[in-house]
Write a protein that binds this ligand. Sequence first.
Ligand code: SF4
Length: 374
Amino acid sequence: MNYIDEFRNPEVAAQFVRLIAGQGRTLAAQGLRVHIMEVCGSHTMAIGRYGIRQLLPENVELISGPGCPVCVTDPGYIDTAIALAGRGAIIATFGDMIRVPGSDSDLTACRSAGGDVRVCYSPSAAVELAQSHPDREVVFLAIGFETTIAPVVSIVGEALSAEVRNLSLLTAFKLVPPALSALLADTEIKIDAFLCPAHVSAIIGSRAYEPYAAKYHVPCVIAGFEPLDILYGVHGILGQVLKNEARVENQYARVVRPEGNPLAQARIAKYLDPVDAVWRGIGVIPASGLGLKPAFAAYDSEKKFGLPVRPGRQHAGCRCGDVIKGKLRPTACALFAKVCTPDHPVGPCMVSAEGTCAAYFKYNLPDERQGGVK
Ligand code: SF4
Protein backbone atom coordinates (compact mmCIF):
# COMPACT_ATOMS: atom_id res chain seq x y z
CA MET A 1 0.00 0.00 0.00
CA ASN A 2 1.49 3.33 -0.96
CA TYR A 3 1.28 6.55 1.02
CA ILE A 4 -1.80 7.89 -0.78
CA ASP A 5 -3.67 4.55 -0.64
CA GLU A 6 -3.37 4.70 3.14
CA PHE A 7 -5.67 7.70 3.11
CA ARG A 8 -8.11 6.16 0.62
CA ASN A 9 -8.56 2.79 2.29
CA PRO A 10 -12.22 1.82 1.67
CA GLU A 11 -12.48 -0.40 4.74
CA VAL A 12 -11.30 2.37 7.05
CA ALA A 13 -13.59 4.80 5.25
CA ALA A 14 -16.55 2.47 5.87
CA GLN A 15 -15.65 2.35 9.55
CA PHE A 16 -15.60 6.14 9.72
CA VAL A 17 -18.93 6.33 7.91
CA ARG A 18 -20.44 3.97 10.50
CA LEU A 19 -18.98 6.01 13.36
CA ILE A 20 -20.29 9.23 11.86
CA ALA A 21 -23.70 7.62 11.33
CA GLY A 22 -23.77 6.78 15.03
CA GLN A 23 -22.85 10.34 15.93
CA GLY A 24 -25.60 11.54 13.60
CA ARG A 25 -28.17 9.36 15.37
CA THR A 26 -27.10 10.70 18.77
CA LEU A 27 -27.37 14.26 17.49
CA ALA A 28 -30.77 13.52 15.92
CA ALA A 29 -32.01 12.16 19.24
CA GLN A 30 -31.19 15.57 20.70
CA GLY A 31 -32.92 17.32 17.80
CA LEU A 32 -29.60 18.68 16.52
CA ARG A 33 -28.61 19.45 12.96
CA VAL A 34 -24.94 20.36 12.33
CA HIS A 35 -23.80 22.72 9.60
CA ILE A 36 -20.10 22.30 8.81
CA MET A 37 -18.46 24.78 6.49
CA GLU A 38 -15.55 23.45 4.49
CA VAL A 39 -13.56 26.61 3.97
CA CYS A 40 -11.21 25.47 1.26
CA GLY A 41 -12.01 25.00 -2.43
CA SER A 42 -9.73 21.95 -2.57
CA HIS A 43 -11.87 20.37 0.17
CA THR A 44 -14.98 21.21 -1.86
CA MET A 45 -13.54 19.40 -4.87
CA ALA A 46 -12.39 16.40 -2.82
CA ILE A 47 -15.79 16.15 -1.11
CA GLY A 48 -17.44 16.11 -4.54
CA ARG A 49 -14.95 13.70 -6.05
CA TYR A 50 -15.28 11.10 -3.30
CA GLY A 51 -19.03 11.53 -2.78
CA ILE A 52 -18.52 12.39 0.88
CA ARG A 53 -21.55 14.66 1.14
CA GLN A 54 -23.79 11.72 0.25
CA LEU A 55 -22.13 9.50 2.88
CA LEU A 56 -23.07 11.70 5.81
CA PRO A 57 -26.17 11.48 7.95
CA GLU A 58 -29.13 13.60 6.88
CA ASN A 59 -28.66 15.96 9.84
CA VAL A 60 -24.97 16.65 9.09
CA GLU A 61 -24.61 19.17 6.32
CA LEU A 62 -21.44 20.25 4.52
CA ILE A 63 -21.55 23.84 3.28
CA SER A 64 -18.95 25.16 0.87
CA GLY A 65 -17.27 28.38 1.90
CA PRO A 66 -15.19 31.19 0.43
CA GLY A 67 -11.97 29.22 -0.04
CA CYS A 68 -11.30 29.81 -3.69
CA PRO A 69 -9.12 32.88 -4.31
CA VAL A 70 -10.36 33.32 -7.87
CA CYS A 71 -14.00 33.20 -6.76
CA VAL A 72 -13.65 35.87 -4.07
CA THR A 73 -11.82 38.33 -6.31
CA ASP A 74 -14.08 41.30 -6.96
CA PRO A 75 -15.11 42.09 -10.56
CA GLY A 76 -13.53 45.53 -10.10
CA TYR A 77 -10.11 43.87 -9.95
CA ILE A 78 -10.64 42.37 -13.42
CA ASP A 79 -11.89 45.78 -14.62
CA THR A 80 -8.60 47.33 -13.47
CA ALA A 81 -6.52 44.61 -15.16
CA ILE A 82 -8.42 45.23 -18.41
CA ALA A 83 -7.86 48.97 -18.04
CA LEU A 84 -4.13 48.40 -17.56
CA ALA A 85 -4.01 46.23 -20.69
CA GLY A 86 -5.72 49.14 -22.44
CA ARG A 87 -2.80 51.32 -21.37
CA GLY A 88 -0.41 48.96 -23.13
CA ALA A 89 0.77 46.85 -20.20
CA ILE A 90 1.40 43.13 -20.58
CA ILE A 91 -0.95 41.37 -18.16
CA ALA A 92 0.69 38.26 -16.70
CA THR A 93 -1.59 35.89 -14.86
CA PHE A 94 -2.31 32.36 -13.78
CA GLY A 95 -4.70 30.61 -16.16
CA ASP A 96 -7.95 30.65 -14.15
CA MET A 97 -8.06 34.43 -14.05
CA ILE A 98 -8.42 34.96 -17.77
CA ARG A 99 -12.00 33.65 -17.73
CA VAL A 100 -13.17 35.40 -14.56
CA PRO A 101 -15.86 37.94 -15.37
CA GLY A 102 -15.29 41.60 -14.61
CA SER A 103 -18.19 44.05 -14.58
CA ASP A 104 -18.62 44.07 -18.36
CA SER A 105 -15.91 41.85 -19.83
CA ASP A 106 -13.09 39.46 -19.02
CA LEU A 107 -9.42 39.06 -19.89
CA THR A 108 -10.15 36.53 -22.64
CA ALA A 109 -12.26 39.12 -24.47
CA CYS A 110 -9.61 41.71 -23.69
CA ARG A 111 -7.01 39.48 -25.37
CA SER A 112 -9.26 38.89 -28.37
CA ALA A 113 -9.61 42.65 -28.70
CA GLY A 114 -5.81 43.05 -28.85
CA GLY A 115 -4.87 43.25 -25.17
CA ASP A 116 -1.59 41.56 -24.33
CA VAL A 117 -2.64 38.96 -21.74
CA ARG A 118 -0.26 36.10 -21.04
CA VAL A 119 -0.64 33.02 -18.88
CA CYS A 120 2.26 32.29 -16.52
CA TYR A 121 2.92 28.96 -14.88
CA SER A 122 5.00 30.40 -12.05
CA PRO A 123 5.35 33.87 -10.50
CA SER A 124 8.99 33.99 -11.60
CA ALA A 125 7.84 33.77 -15.22
CA ALA A 126 6.49 37.33 -14.80
CA VAL A 127 10.02 38.53 -13.91
CA GLU A 128 11.41 36.79 -16.99
CA LEU A 129 8.67 38.35 -19.10
CA ALA A 130 9.63 41.81 -17.83
CA GLN A 131 13.30 41.12 -18.54
CA SER A 132 12.55 40.00 -22.08
CA HIS A 133 10.37 43.09 -22.75
CA PRO A 134 12.35 45.95 -21.17
CA ASP A 135 10.38 48.53 -23.17
CA ARG A 136 7.00 47.34 -21.83
CA GLU A 137 5.32 47.40 -18.42
CA VAL A 138 4.38 43.96 -17.08
CA VAL A 139 1.57 43.70 -14.52
CA PHE A 140 1.32 40.43 -12.60
CA LEU A 141 -2.12 39.55 -11.22
CA ALA A 142 -1.14 38.72 -7.66
CA ILE A 143 -4.07 36.98 -5.99
CA GLY A 144 -4.21 34.15 -3.51
CA PHE A 145 -4.61 33.08 0.09
CA GLU A 146 -1.85 32.58 2.63
CA THR A 147 -0.76 29.39 0.84
CA THR A 148 0.57 31.15 -2.23
CA ILE A 149 1.25 34.68 -1.03
CA ALA A 150 4.88 34.12 -0.03
CA PRO A 151 6.09 32.69 -3.36
CA VAL A 152 4.10 35.26 -5.33
CA VAL A 153 5.28 38.31 -3.43
CA SER A 154 8.86 37.03 -3.51
CA ILE A 155 9.07 38.15 -7.12
CA VAL A 156 9.40 41.69 -5.79
CA GLY A 157 12.70 40.60 -4.26
CA GLU A 158 13.68 38.85 -7.49
CA ALA A 159 12.90 41.99 -9.48
CA LEU A 160 14.85 44.18 -7.07
CA SER A 161 17.91 41.90 -7.22
CA ALA A 162 17.81 41.80 -11.01
CA GLU A 163 17.12 45.56 -11.20
CA VAL A 164 13.92 44.91 -13.11
CA ARG A 165 11.82 48.06 -12.89
CA ASN A 166 9.12 47.43 -15.50
CA LEU A 167 7.24 44.89 -13.37
CA SER A 168 4.47 45.55 -10.88
CA LEU A 169 1.90 43.54 -8.92
CA LEU A 170 -1.83 44.16 -8.94
CA THR A 171 -2.45 42.71 -5.50
CA ALA A 172 -5.63 41.10 -4.22
CA PHE A 173 -4.18 38.84 -1.55
CA LYS A 174 -6.72 37.53 0.93
CA LEU A 175 -6.45 36.22 4.49
CA VAL A 176 -8.69 33.38 5.63
CA PRO A 177 -9.16 34.02 9.39
CA PRO A 178 -10.81 37.48 9.00
CA ALA A 179 -13.23 35.96 6.45
CA LEU A 180 -14.23 33.28 8.96
CA SER A 181 -14.90 36.02 11.47
CA ALA A 182 -17.08 37.95 8.96
CA LEU A 183 -19.08 34.82 8.13
CA LEU A 184 -19.63 34.00 11.80
CA ALA A 185 -20.78 37.55 12.48
CA ASP A 186 -23.45 37.24 9.76
CA THR A 187 -26.50 35.92 11.59
CA GLU A 188 -28.15 34.84 8.32
CA ILE A 189 -25.49 32.16 7.80
CA LYS A 190 -25.78 29.02 9.88
CA ILE A 191 -22.31 27.66 10.65
CA ASP A 192 -21.75 25.32 13.59
CA ALA A 193 -18.18 24.30 12.81
CA PHE A 194 -15.33 24.77 10.36
CA LEU A 195 -13.41 22.14 8.47
CA CYS A 196 -10.34 24.37 8.25
CA PRO A 197 -8.16 24.53 5.14
CA ALA A 198 -5.11 22.32 5.01
CA HIS A 199 -2.58 24.30 3.00
CA VAL A 200 -3.49 27.71 4.43
CA SER A 201 -3.09 26.18 7.90
CA ALA A 202 0.37 24.93 6.98
CA ILE A 203 1.39 28.59 6.64
CA ILE A 204 -0.57 30.28 9.44
CA GLY A 205 -0.48 27.38 11.91
CA SER A 206 -3.26 25.79 13.92
CA ARG A 207 -3.01 28.43 16.66
CA ALA A 208 -4.36 31.05 14.26
CA TYR A 209 -7.91 29.67 14.68
CA GLU A 210 -7.91 29.64 18.48
CA PRO A 211 -9.40 33.16 18.90
CA TYR A 212 -12.29 32.27 16.55
CA ALA A 213 -13.04 28.95 18.17
CA ALA A 214 -13.14 30.63 21.57
CA LYS A 215 -15.01 33.83 20.61
CA TYR A 216 -17.74 32.17 18.53
CA HIS A 217 -17.75 28.75 20.23
CA VAL A 218 -17.22 26.84 16.98
CA PRO A 219 -15.16 23.68 16.64
CA CYS A 220 -12.35 24.18 14.12
CA VAL A 221 -10.79 21.01 12.74
CA ILE A 222 -7.88 21.14 10.31
CA ALA A 223 -8.01 18.26 7.86
CA GLY A 224 -6.12 17.14 4.77
CA PHE A 225 -7.61 16.49 1.33
CA GLU A 226 -7.78 12.72 1.17
CA PRO A 227 -11.11 11.03 1.82
CA LEU A 228 -10.04 9.59 5.16
CA ASP A 229 -8.73 13.02 6.20
CA ILE A 230 -12.12 14.56 5.52
CA LEU A 231 -14.13 11.81 7.19
CA TYR A 232 -11.80 11.92 10.19
CA GLY A 233 -12.28 15.70 10.28
CA VAL A 234 -16.08 15.40 10.24
CA HIS A 235 -15.88 12.75 12.95
CA GLY A 236 -13.73 15.09 15.06
CA ILE A 237 -16.14 17.97 14.61
CA LEU A 238 -19.18 15.90 15.55
CA GLY A 239 -17.32 14.58 18.58
CA GLN A 240 -16.80 18.16 19.75
CA VAL A 241 -20.41 19.13 19.06
CA LEU A 242 -21.65 16.16 21.07
CA LYS A 243 -19.50 17.25 24.02
CA ASN A 244 -20.42 20.92 23.53
CA GLU A 245 -16.75 21.75 22.98
CA ALA A 246 -15.22 24.31 20.64
CA ARG A 247 -11.54 23.59 20.20
CA VAL A 248 -9.00 23.79 17.44
CA GLU A 249 -8.07 20.25 16.50
CA ASN A 250 -5.19 19.67 14.13
CA GLN A 251 -5.84 16.42 12.31
CA TYR A 252 -3.37 17.29 9.57
CA ALA A 253 -0.36 17.15 11.88
CA ARG A 254 1.71 15.45 9.18
CA VAL A 255 1.90 18.89 7.55
CA VAL A 256 0.51 21.59 9.87
CA ARG A 257 2.39 22.83 12.94
CA PRO A 258 0.87 24.96 15.72
CA GLU A 259 3.14 27.86 14.77
CA GLY A 260 2.78 27.42 11.00
CA ASN A 261 5.62 28.16 8.63
CA PRO A 262 7.82 30.93 10.07
CA LEU A 263 9.83 31.32 6.86
CA ALA A 264 6.73 31.99 4.77
CA GLN A 265 5.34 34.27 7.47
CA ALA A 266 8.59 36.27 7.55
CA ARG A 267 8.56 36.59 3.75
CA ILE A 268 4.98 37.88 3.85
CA ALA A 269 5.77 40.33 6.67
CA LYS A 270 8.81 41.64 4.76
CA TYR A 271 6.83 42.84 1.77
CA LEU A 272 3.21 43.24 2.84
CA ASP A 273 0.99 45.09 5.30
CA PRO A 274 -2.61 44.24 6.27
CA VAL A 275 -5.23 46.19 4.32
CA ASP A 276 -9.01 46.17 4.14
CA ALA A 277 -10.08 43.99 1.22
CA VAL A 278 -13.19 43.61 -0.92
CA TRP A 279 -14.49 40.03 -1.18
CA ARG A 280 -16.90 39.20 -3.99
CA GLY A 281 -20.33 38.75 -2.48
CA ILE A 282 -19.21 39.65 1.02
CA GLY A 283 -17.95 43.22 0.65
CA VAL A 284 -15.17 44.89 2.58
CA ILE A 285 -13.70 42.89 5.43
CA PRO A 286 -11.32 44.93 7.61
CA ALA A 287 -7.68 43.81 7.55
CA SER A 288 -8.55 40.76 5.45
CA GLY A 289 -6.06 41.48 2.68
CA LEU A 290 -2.40 42.30 2.22
CA GLY A 291 -0.94 45.13 0.17
CA LEU A 292 2.64 46.02 -0.64
CA LYS A 293 4.42 48.14 1.94
CA PRO A 294 5.11 51.78 0.98
CA ALA A 295 8.80 50.89 0.54
CA PHE A 296 7.79 48.73 -2.45
CA ALA A 297 5.37 51.23 -4.01
CA ALA A 298 7.37 51.13 -7.26
CA TYR A 299 6.16 47.54 -7.67
CA ASP A 300 2.53 48.30 -6.77
CA SER A 301 0.47 48.54 -9.99
CA GLU A 302 -2.29 50.65 -8.43
CA LYS A 303 0.23 53.26 -7.28
CA LYS A 304 2.50 53.01 -10.30
CA PHE A 305 -0.34 53.66 -12.74
CA GLY A 306 -2.53 55.77 -10.44
CA LEU A 307 -5.38 53.37 -11.08
CA PRO A 308 -6.95 52.14 -7.83
CA VAL A 309 -9.18 49.07 -7.92
CA ARG A 310 -12.83 50.08 -7.42
CA PRO A 311 -15.66 47.69 -6.56
CA GLY A 312 -17.25 46.25 -9.71
CA ARG A 313 -20.61 44.69 -10.60
CA GLN A 314 -21.34 41.00 -10.98
CA HIS A 315 -23.74 39.59 -13.61
CA ALA A 316 -27.32 40.38 -12.56
CA GLY A 317 -28.41 36.73 -12.38
CA CYS A 318 -25.22 35.30 -10.87
CA ARG A 319 -25.53 34.21 -7.24
CA CYS A 320 -21.81 33.64 -6.64
CA GLY A 321 -21.90 36.01 -3.68
CA ASP A 322 -24.46 33.84 -1.89
CA VAL A 323 -22.66 30.64 -2.93
CA ILE A 324 -19.37 31.97 -1.55
CA LYS A 325 -21.03 32.84 1.76
CA GLY A 326 -22.60 29.40 2.04
CA LYS A 327 -26.13 30.81 1.81
CA LEU A 328 -27.05 29.07 -1.44
CA ARG A 329 -26.27 25.77 -3.10
CA PRO A 330 -25.17 26.24 -6.73
CA THR A 331 -28.08 24.13 -7.95
CA ALA A 332 -30.44 26.77 -6.54
CA CYS A 333 -29.01 29.40 -8.91
CA ALA A 334 -31.39 29.77 -11.86
CA LEU A 335 -28.45 29.89 -14.29
CA PHE A 336 -26.72 26.72 -13.04
CA ALA A 337 -26.09 24.18 -15.84
CA LYS A 338 -28.49 26.05 -18.11
CA VAL A 339 -26.85 29.34 -18.99
CA CYS A 340 -23.79 28.85 -16.77
CA THR A 341 -21.49 25.88 -17.46
CA PRO A 342 -17.71 25.40 -17.26
CA ASP A 343 -17.53 26.08 -21.01
CA HIS A 344 -19.60 29.25 -20.67
CA PRO A 345 -19.16 30.42 -17.08
CA VAL A 346 -21.23 33.37 -15.92
CA GLY A 347 -19.53 33.69 -12.56
CA PRO A 348 -16.12 32.81 -11.09
CA CYS A 349 -17.49 29.93 -9.02
CA MET A 350 -18.00 28.08 -12.31
CA VAL A 351 -14.61 29.15 -13.74
CA SER A 352 -12.21 28.07 -11.09
CA ALA A 353 -10.90 24.55 -10.61
CA GLU A 354 -11.76 25.11 -6.93
CA GLY A 355 -15.12 26.82 -7.44
CA THR A 356 -18.20 25.45 -5.71
CA CYS A 357 -20.39 25.68 -8.82
CA ALA A 358 -17.72 23.91 -10.87
CA ALA A 359 -17.60 21.13 -8.24
CA TYR A 360 -21.37 20.70 -8.32
CA PHE A 361 -21.32 20.61 -12.11
CA LYS A 362 -18.34 18.28 -12.44
CA TYR A 363 -19.51 15.75 -9.86
CA ASN A 364 -23.23 16.09 -10.60
CA LEU A 365 -23.97 16.79 -6.96
CA PRO A 366 -27.58 16.51 -5.81
CA ASP A 367 -29.94 19.46 -5.38
CA GLU A 368 -31.32 18.05 -2.19
CA ARG A 369 -29.95 15.47 0.17
CA GLN A 370 -30.58 12.04 -1.31
CA GLY A 371 -30.89 9.82 1.67
CA GLY A 372 -27.48 9.31 3.17
CA VAL A 373 -26.52 7.16 6.11
CA LYS A 374 -29.18 7.23 8.79
S1 SF4 B 1 -24.11 28.76 -11.34
FE1 SF4 B 1 -22.95 30.31 -12.47
S2 SF4 B 1 -24.21 32.13 -12.38
FE2 SF4 B 1 -24.95 30.76 -10.79
S3 SF4 B 1 -23.81 31.33 -8.94
FE3 SF4 B 1 -22.66 29.72 -9.93
S4 SF4 B 1 -21.17 30.79 -11.23
FE4 SF4 B 1 -22.76 32.29 -10.68
